[in-house]
Design a protein around this ligand. Structure first.
Ligand SMILES: [Zn+2]
Length: 147
C-alpha cells in the first residue's frame, strides 16, 4: 500500500468514527495535501557517516564471535578422525621401522623413523593450525567502515 493512500484512508476512517471531528468539519482534503507535501530531506550519506562509527565496533565484535565459533566447530570436527589417523601413522611407522631395520643398522633405522614421525607431527600440527585461517578466509570480508 502506498503511504499517501494509507494517510488518506486513516484520516477518512477517523472522520467516519470520530463524532467530534465530524462535527468540527475536519479539513481532510487540506490535511491530506499538507501531509503529502511535507517531506523531510534525508541525506543517506550523512546518515551512513553517523551510523558507521556506532555500528562498527558492534559488527566487528559480532564477526569475531562468529569466527571463533566457526573455527572451534571446524577444529572439533577435524579432531574426530584424528585417532584413526594416528593409529594408521603408528602402524605405518612400525612397518617402516621393521623394513629399514632389515636393511640398515638398527640405530639408523630408528633415526630415520623418528625423523619421519617428527615430520608427520609437524604436518598434523600445521594442518590443525590452518583450520582457523581457512575458516576466516571462508567468512565474508568485514564491511567497509566509512569515517
Ligand atoms: Zn477526531
Amino acid at each position: 500500500m502506498n503511504p499517501t493512500n494509507h494517510t488518506d484512508s486513516v484520516i477518512e476512517e477517523h472522520l467516519r468514527e470520530c463524532d467530534e471531528c465530524a462535527r468540527e468539519g475536519l479539513p481532510a482534503a487540506l490535511l491530506n495535501e499538507q501531509l503529502r507535501a511535507a517531506t523531510v530531506p534525508v541525506d543517506p550519506n550523512l546518515l551512513s557517516r553517523r551510523a558507521w562509527p556506532a555500528l562498527g565496533a558492534a559488527l566487528a565484535a559480532r564477526a569475531a564471535d562468529n569466527l571463533r565459533r566457526r573455527a572451534a566447530r571446524g577444529v572439533l570436527l577435524s579432531l574426530l578422525p584424528l585417532a584413526a589417523v594416528l593409529a594408521y601413522d603408528v602402524w605405518v611407522l612400525q612397518v617402516l621401522h621393521s623394513f629399514l631395520d632389515s636393511i640398515f643398522p638398527s640405530q639408523l633405522a630408528t633415526w630415520i623413523v623418528v625423523n619421519y614421525a617428527a615430520a608427520i607431527v609437524l604436518l598434523l600440527g600445521a594442518t590443525y593450525a590452518a583450520i582457523p585461517l581457512l575458516v576466516a578466509r571462508q567468512t565474508a570480508p568485514p564491511l567497509e567502515v566509512h569515517r
